[in-house]
Ligand binder design. Structure first.
Ligand code: C5P
Length: 222
C-alpha cells in the first residue's frame, strides 16, 4: 500500500465520492474530487454571466481562476479565488450547466494539467469521468463504477432527504440521465471505461462491500 494512485470513474451519482472518501481515509491517502473543479468554474461563469457555450471566454476565465481543494475533517472543502464555495457548487443551477462547461477541449486541457500536478506525489484517490483514460492513464488501480439509473436516482434522493433538500425522484433521474448523455457523447475525453479498468456494478452492493472489493484490488494488484 505504498503511495499508489487510485482512479475512480463512472456516471453521475454512482457513489464515486462516497467510496473515494472512505478509501482515502482507510489508506491514509488524499481524496481529490475533480468534478468540484468543473463545478467551481461553472459557478464563476454563472456569476459573471458568461455563456456556457463560449469556449474561448471560459478557458480564458479558467486561466484567471484559482481553484483550491483543501482536505477537511468533513471531507474536501473548495475555494474559488480564496472564497469558500463548497456548498454553493452543489446547487441545481450549477449541476444543470456543468456538463456544458466541461465539454470544451481547452477547458479540459487546463483542468487535466492542474489535476496531474495534484497527483504527482501519489497516495491519492481521484474521482471523475476521465481519470483512468486521460488524467492518470498509468494509475496503479482503475475502477469504473456503475449502477442502474434508478438506483442512482434513489441514492441521490435519500442524500437530499437527509440534507433537508426537497427533490423528486423523477426530476433527479432525468437530471442524471441528461448529464450522463452529455458527458458520454462529448468529443473531448468523454466518460468512458479505460480498457484496463475494473468494472464494478454497485446496484446491489452497499458502501462497505464496494470499499472491501477495491481494497482487495489494492492488496492483490500486480
Ligand atoms: O462528479 P460530479 O458529478 O460532481 O461532476 C460534475 C460534472 O463535471 C460532470 O457531470 C462532468 O460534466 C464534469 N466532469 C468531467 N470530468 C471529470 C469530472 C467531472 O467532465 N473528471
Amino acid at each position: 500500500r505504498s503511495k499508489i494512485r487510485i482512479a475512480l470513474d463512472g456516471p453521475a451519482a454512482a457513489g464515486k465520492s462516497t467510496i473515494a472518501k472512505v478509501l482515502a481515509e482507510e489508506l491514509g491517502f488524499i481524496y481529490i474530487d475533480t468534478g468540484a473543479m468543473y463545478r467551481t468554474l461553472t459557478y464563476k461563469a454563472i456569476q459573471l454571466k458568461i455563456d456556457v457555450e463560449n469556449e474561448k471566454e471560459l478557458s480564458n476565465l479558467l486561466l484567471n481562476t484559482l481553484i483550491e481543494l483543501i482536505p477537511g475533517a468533513k471531507g474536501q472543502r473548495v475555494f474559488l479565488d480564496g472564497q469558500e464555495v463548497t456548498e454553493k457548487i452543489r446547487s441545481n443551477e450549477v449541476t444543470s450547466q456543468v456538463s456544458m462547461v466541461a465539454k470544451h477541449k481547452t477547458v479540459r486541457d487546463e483542468m487535466v494539467k492542474r489535476q496531474q500536478k495534484l497527483v504527482e506525489d501519489g497516495g491519492i484517490v481521484m474521482d471523475g469521468r476521465d481519470i483512468g483514460t486521460h488524467v492518470i492513464p498509468d494509475a496503479e488501480i482503475k475502477v469504473f463504477m456503475l449502477a442502474s439509473v434508478e438506483e442512482r436516482a434513489r441514492r441521490r434522493f435519500e442524500d437530499h432527504k437527509k440534507q433537508g433538500i426537497k427533490s423528486s425522484l423523477e426530476t433527479l433521474q432525468k437530471e442524471i440521465e441528461e448529464r450522463d448523455f452529455l458527458d458520454s457523447t462529448r468529443a473531448a475525453s468523454p466518460l468512458q471505461k479505460a480498457e484496463d479498468a475494473v468494472e464494478l456494478d454497485t446496484t446491489s452492493m452497499n458502501i462497505e462491500e464496494v470499499v472491501k472489493t477495491i481494497l482487495h484490488l489494492v492488496d492483490t494488484r500486480g
